[in-house]
Every structure is written in structure tokens, then in C-alpha cells.
Design a protein. Structure first.
Length: 175
């Protein structure tokens, strides 16, 4: 009985060491990923939240100024070069236009709207060109990338939770 307990303690300690090495390796891997992308060093969650709020506010201004072109309930592909038309119209500041357009065209609904042959619209909501097969394929690829990144992020979070649960269970057994 005593030798079983001693063996269990030894096995538990080995498992804890293994988990600690794995957590260290994961932290190092994440650290390397962050170093590779210096933007993440600067953009804190609070700054991200502020940027998101500013993007939404700019998009709201565009929606109010051009309701036929920027309808969030009926997202349609925009005319190539619409930024120049918006700037020339001078209803919204240039920096707001750039911020809003960047946010708008990266949205999932916008990417989904880019179907081969779909009409593009100008600032008045009137047809002005159409989406090419290459543009539709590019949008489809972007959607796949986003979905893959989300699945990977979810897997990483689940893995982290499992590791934490195992570590807590081991620590409670060891006490």
C-alpha cells in the first residue's frame, strides 16, 4: 500500500513536471508569435476596444450620410474606387472614410456578399460594375482563413482549459 502511494506520488510529480514543460513551451511559442508581430506588443485589449469603437462610429457616420450604399442589413459589394467618390463628396472626413471602409470591407457579411457577377454599388446605391470571379474567389479564401483562425483559436482555448483542469486536479491530489 505504501509503495503504491509512493509510486503514485512519483508519477504525479513526473506528470506535473511534464505539464509545466508543456506550459512553458506554449508560453514561449506564444511569445515568439507576439514578437513576430510587433503590432500585438502595442495594441492592448483596451486599445483594441477603442479602435473598434472608433471604427463603428466612423461606419455609423458613413451609414447616415450614404444610407443606400452602407446598409448593414443589406450588405452589397461596393464600387471599385468608392473611397475617391466619398472623399470628393466631402460629407465625411477623409480619416473617418478610410477607417470605416477598412472595417466595412473586412466584415464577414461584406466578404459573403462578394459573389461572382454580383452588382457593385456606388455612393447612391446604384449599380456600378460587378464582382469578378477572381474577386469572389479571393473573398471565399478570406472567409476560409477567418474561419480556420477562429477554429484554431477555439482549439487552443479548449486545450488550455484542459491543461489547467488537469493541473488543478493533480495539484489537489498532491495536497
Amino acid at each position: 500500500m505504501v509503495s503504491n502511494i509512493a509510486q503514485l506520488c512519483k508519477d504525479t510529480n513526473q506528470l506535473i513536471e511534464t505539464l509545466e514543460r508543456m506550459l512553458s513551451a506554449e508560453e514561449e511559442r506564444r511569445g515568439n508569435r507576439i514578437e513576430a508581430n510587433k503590432v500585438n506588443d502595442v495594441v492592448t485589449p483596451k486599445a483594441k476596444s477603442k479602435n473598434r469603437a472608433a471604427n463603428l462610429a466612423a461606419l455609423q457616420q458613413l451609414s447616415e450620410a450614404y444610407p443606400n450604399a452602407f446598409d448593414r442589413k443589406n450588405v452589397r459589394p461596393l464600387k471599385i474606387g468608392i473611397q475617391d467618390d466619398l472623399i470628393a463628396d466631402e460629407k465625411v472626413a477623409k480619416n473617418k472614410i478610410k477607417r470605416a471602409l477598412a472595417s466595412y470591407v473586412r466584415s464577414l457579411n461584406y466578404l459573403r456578399s462578394l459573389q461572382d457577377g454580383a452588382d457593385r454599388i456606388d455612393i447612391n446605391g446604384e449599380a456600378s460594375g460587378s464582382v469578378t470571379a477572381e474577386e469572389a474567389q479571393h473573398a471565399k479564401g478570406k472567409l476560409k482563413e477567418i474561419n480556420q483562425a477562429r477554429r484554431e483559436q477555439k482549439r487552443e482555448q479548449e486545450k488550455k482549459e484542459r491543461m489547467n483542469n488537469k493541473l488543478e486536479a493533480l495539484l489537489s491530489m498532491n495536497k
